[in-house]
Design a protein around this ligand. Structure first.
Ligand code: CO
Length: 135
């Protein structure tokens, strides 16, 4: 469910609307799964789905969607700052984002801020990483 809401929020943010086909494509799922999830999100008051107007997020849906997108970005920043290769970042974030508590997310956010505060901290970390690689 979080994947769908995250996707819908992003589509509306970027294009102004979210179509079932775009959601399905982004998540690599069948359109019928999207329709099913939209009905569930509607029932839980995250969005309102009308046949002709399409899909509108409620304030609850917007708030949650933003939180999920922010979390995705934070995890990307985290993997990037600890030196994960760019080509692995998106897929790894998709793999871990739904498995962490908000407590862990907040702690990672603090860590990202800590590392970004002083370039020496990041350099030191990269040196340790290089040592590991050459072992
Ligand atoms: Co994501």
């Amino acid at each position: 469910m979080e994947d769908y809401l995250e996707r819908i929020y992003k589509l509306i943010d970027e294009k102004g609307y979210a179509r079932v086909s775009d959601i399905a494509e982004g998540l690599e799922v069948h359109p019928s799964s999207v329709t099913k999830m939209i009905q569930k999100l509607d029932k839980d008051h995250y969005l309102i789905y009308e046949r002709y107007r399409g899909l509108v997020l409620t304030s609850k849906g917007k708030k949650m969607g933003k939180r999920l997108v922010d979390r995705h970005h934070l995890l990307e920043s985290f993997l990037r700052v600890i030196g994960v290769q760019e080509e692995n970042i998106y897929k790894d974030v998709e793999g871990i984002e739904h498995h962490l508590s908000w407590d862990s997310i907040t702690c990672l956010e603090a860590l990202v801020q800590y590392l970004n505060k002083d370039p020496d901290r990041v350099n030191e970390l990269m040196n340790i990483r290089k040592e590991l690689e050459s072992e």
